[in-house]
Design a protein around this ligand. Sequence first.
Ligand SMILES: Cc1cc2nc3c(=O)[nH]c(=O)nc-3n(C[C@H](O)[C@H](O)[C@H](O)COP(=O)(O)OP(=O)(O)OC[C@H]3O[C@@H](n4cnc5c(N)ncnc54)[C@H](O)[C@@H]3O)c2cc1C
Length: 450
Amino acid sequence: MPELYEYKRNTPVAEESYDVAVIGGGSAGICAAIAAAREGAKTLLIEDTGWLGGIGSTCAMVEFGPVYRAGLRVVGGVPQELMERMIAFGGAVRLGEEGSTMFAPETFAHVAMEMCLEAGVKLMLHSRFIDCILEGERISGILVDTKGGMFAIRSKVFLDSTGDGDVFFRAGLPFKMGRDADGAMQPMTLVFFVNNVNYAVYEAAVQRETGGKMIPFFEKLVAKAKADGNFHVPISRPGSVGVVPRYGRIHDPESCEVFVNSTNVVGKCGADAKDLTEAEIITRRQVYELYAFLKDYVPGFADCYLSHVPNAIGVRETRRLTGRYVLTAKDMVTGKRFCDTVAVGFNTIDVHQVAGEDFDLTDFAPGEYYSVPYRCLVTNELSNLIVAGRCISVDHEALGAVRVMVNTMPIAEGAGTAAAIAAKLSCDVRDVPVDMLQETLVKNGAVIGF
Ligand SMILES: Cc1cc2nc3c(=O)[nH]c(=O)nc-3n(C[C@H](O)[C@H](O)[C@H](O)COP(=O)(O)OP(=O)(O)OC[C@H]3O[C@@H](n4cnc5c(N)ncnc54)[C@H](O)[C@@H]3O)c2cc1C
């Protein structure tokens, strides 16, 4: 038994209480909060950083995956509106027939903030959830720490969209991390940006060398750099490389800013501060080796300069709730349908191998799609907690699909809508009438099946 300090303190309770308190303002928390507020719930959104977007802004992602295929559109409602408003705002562009959207991370944070405020969501930034106060089967309040001190907040329903499942973890609920066999998790990556890239030269080289295919193109270059002793990152090629549509900047293919998803750290846990610290140190060093690699080996990058390194490493995988139902990759590839579906998708199951180097990708053919049921968002233990985002109840492989934002956002719209209904009916979140939930989602433009 380690030495223990006993820590007791009287904590003030905030005067205002809420129908729905959403904890974590990433891709999931944003959509959950907007959905709840639009359904009339008095909604609070608590976020640790100074802006919204989570991994999508703080760790600086730039792409929402495909949403249309073979006549099926799998994203509607709040996330579709968010993407369209980001495009109209001028910091995002739609690509190709399948409707992927490239965006500037700060545009995501900004448009999300405006949409939350318009919906009537009360924002509480720079505020960190630290614990739950449990009364029987209910969370009666949560403890939040700020620069001004710690206080308690009451709400009818709490929604955990912290990515890491901080709320269900502190509540002592069951969860899993990593592969069933050994708990190993997908690697973490610190992305970075380089500017003044001649993308036209790069694309012409990819076309010439590998018929326009990025993967074999980079595999060859990385293999050469490894053979030269100039590449030590455990990866056979970047996860992705793409042009960033910065607000106010006209796209110039001969001098543009490029996102690089290529650092990689294996064997670390994204929910452990010691591991996270080591991961930051390793990947921040890797950024400079990769920058040199780009300049020396990749056509079009010779004159680039490092324009942005985010202030946090991107975490792909930590805690996954063990909820009422655990959605599996098998459910996804077999297209299992659920009577309480809240969202559908066809994004690739994208599991970055735990040892680094490569990726296990499972694609869905045109017309195929998977369904995500509400029962993955609720717990066996608590009557007023709903979970959204990458920490919902899925297995390690299914997380490879659920974690991408074209999935976290629609699922979270389902979570936020359910939270508002539970608050309105004063019912257990597990007893939210499914027909009412689905009718509301469809009325609001969400897609729950075909
Ligand atoms: C390198 C990398 C590349 C990726 N590329 C893509 C991509 O191209 N496209 C794509 O769609 N997805 C991509 N993903 C996955 C995707 O970005 C994330 O899985 C997704 O954004 C997770 O959203 P979330 O809302 O569940 O969690 P998060 O984005 O992690 O949001 C959680 C929020 O909660 C806040 N928070 C956490 N704990 C607390 C607390 N205790 N108190 C208060 N606030 C708290 C955090 O600050 C954060 O804002 C990538 C991920 C990585 C790591």
